[in-house]
Design a protein around this ligand. Structure first.
Ligand code: SF4
Length: 350
């Protein structure tokens, strides 16, 4: 059956055959704690006959979400400790996050901001938006502003245009970057007019698009990305490395190629954050490095993302390899360079 509105409750998921009725009580308890929404585009991709379906795994709640491990944190990447004013996170000197909304069109079960996002969450409007923009205007060291949330593309064209125009009036901001999952999960929202509304006058405009599995690249999603690229935005990718979704060489390769084929340059591949109740998605850093190294072996350089770890507590992002050059143990010693077959080659230190 075709659906045209998001599924926002366990009842709605049961009615569409995406959840077995005997799971209702267990999953109602999850939905009482963490928001649930699956867009028609994503619901239509789920193969409910496959218990390991990678799309279902990202969006269908699971009782395991109610188990919080000691190392898991409500604010795993430490946004709050770097927030000088509501809606702004200023962690690095030359860039700041502008968190415009707390709602999303889908709610991902592995979300690193899952304790903050949900329907009805505060939007940054009125005096709060004025204060956030005033902070950005008062800090000339801020060269780049990253619009995030929630998902900012859930806002109307009128609202994104207003934010874009006001950012455009701040001279020292040179780069505007939007982070979104909408082109994948609700592609019809990205009309030609919407793509134009996102332009920040006089600034370089980047859009980082979140996708985790090659099946998410439907014809409608590809058309939405084309409209964004044609409107003059530079498109980047962001994905989360997720056990049971994309943590194998074949899937990751197909995902990165799908980005590049749609004019989206692979940018970040995130190691999963220590968000509450998300242990079932996590793999070890060593496993992640193996996968990323395997990409280097057989995919175009265009298809290589940077594998990133966000250090818990707010210390920031670091690339986590893998390394292809062994460190010189003594000054002046030769380094060892590892090729894509794993063979080592000496290279002069200077
Ligand atoms: S779209 Fe982004 S912010 Fe929203 S639930 Fe998914 S990961 Fe979290």
């Amino acid at each position: 059956m075709t659906i045209n509105t998001p599924l926002r409750s366990i009842d709605a998921l049961i009615a569409q055959g995406l959840v077995a009725p005997d799971r209702r009580a267990a999953l109602d308890a999850v939905a009482a704690r963490y928001a649930v929404a699956v867009t028609p585009a994503m619901a239509g991709l789920i193969d409910s006959a496959d218990p390991a379906d990678p799309i279902a795994r990202q969006f269908i709640p699971d009782p395991a979400e109610l188990v919080t491990l000691p190392q898991e944190l409500a604010d795993p990447i430490g946004d709050d400790v770097h927030s000088p004013v509501e809606g702004v996170v200023h962690r690095y000197p030359d860039r700041a996050l502008l968190k415009l909304v707390h709602a999303c069109p889908v709610y991902c079960r592995f979300c690193f901001r899952r304790e903050m996002v949900g329907p009805g969450g505060d939007a940054l409007t009125g005096d709060k938006l004025d204060a956030a923009l005033a902070y950005l205007a008062d800090h000339p060291e801020i060269w780049e502003v990253i619009m995030t949330g929630g998902d900012p593309f859930i806002m109307s064209a009128r609202r994104v245009r207003e934010v874009a125009q006001r950012l455009g009036a701040i001279p020292h901001i040179k780069v505007a970057r939007w982070h979104t999952r909408v082109p994948i999960v609700d592609p019809e929202r990205i009309t030609t007019d919407y793509a134009k509304a996102l332009r920040v006058p006089g600034k370089a405009s980047y859009i980082a698009i979140h996708a985790n599995h090659p099946r998410e690249f439907t014809a409608a999603a590809c058309a939405a990305m084309a409209r964004l690229a044609d409107a003059g935005h530079v498109l980047l990718s962001q994905s989360v490395l997720l056990k049971g979704v994309n943590a194998d060489v074949e899937t990751l390769s197909a995902l990165m190629r799908a980005f590049v084929e749609n004019r989206v340059k692979p940018y970040y591949l995130h190691h999963p954050d220590l968000a509450p109740g998300t242990a079932r998605f996590r793999l070890s850093l060593e496993e992640g490095q193996f996968l990323v190294k395997s990409l280097r072996g057989h995919l175009s350089g265009l298809c290589q993302p940077t594998y990133i770890l966000d250090i818990p507590g707010g210390a920031g992002k670091i690339p986590v390899g893998p390394a292809f050059l062994s460190a010189c143990e003594t000054p002046g010693a030769e380094a060892l360079a590892e090729d894509r077959h794993g063979d080592l080659h000496r290279y002069p230190a200077i």
